[in-house]
Design a protein around this ligand. Structure first.
Ligand code: THU
Length: 150
């Protein structure tokens, strides 16, 4: 568990999602991570609205800032696979436990899952709504509504 125990709007075992399967997919892809610098192997697995599970792992770089988080790989696979929005996501460090998505990846997930995207909070814990993990988010609507016309 990395977030609050109860989250308004999220349900325990009522969402009909196979969180164990999603967590296992995240663990499996974490084993393929390229993480020689931090040693933290991260896997992300997301269920698309099409019922397919997409995965990604972190890929580090000697120029640390270039590192790709596991969620980047997941979103890339999702878009390349047809661009269905995500309905649920699990991020682990290959240990079956939920890992908190970093701030940048919360923003990334928002664009491809929306505020109601359910985020794994660990075995036996209530999943979290992305909106609760990224309140007051900046979105493309801001761009559309507020850009200058020139
Ligand atoms: N990492 C992820 O892959 N996703 C996150 O949401 C948090 C951080 C990775 C990036 C880096 O390779 C390692 O974890 C340590 O920060």
């Amino acid at each position: 568990m990395f977030g609050p125990v109860s989250s308004p709007g999220a349900t325990r075992d009522l969402d009909g999602l196979d969180w164990t399967r999603l967590r296992e997919a995240a663990d499996a892809v974490a084993s393929r991570a390229y993480a020689p610098y931090s040693g933290l192997r991260v896997g992300a697995a997301g269920l698309g609205r099409d019922g397919q599970v997409y995965t990604g792992c972190n890929v580090e770089n000697a120029s640390f800032g270039v590192t790709l988080c596991a969620e980047c790989g997941l979103v890339s696979a999702l878009v390349a696979g047809g661009g269905q929005p995500l309905v649920a996501v699990s991020v682990t460090a290959g240990d079956g436990l939920a890992l908190a998505p970093c701030g940048r990846c919360r923003q990334l997930l928002l664009e491809h899952g929306g505020p109601e995207l359910l985020v794994d909070n660990g075995p036996g814990e209530v999943p979290l709504r992305l909106a609760d993990l990224l309140p007051g988010a900046f979105t493309g609507e801001e761009i559309a509504e507020r850009r200058s016309e020139r």
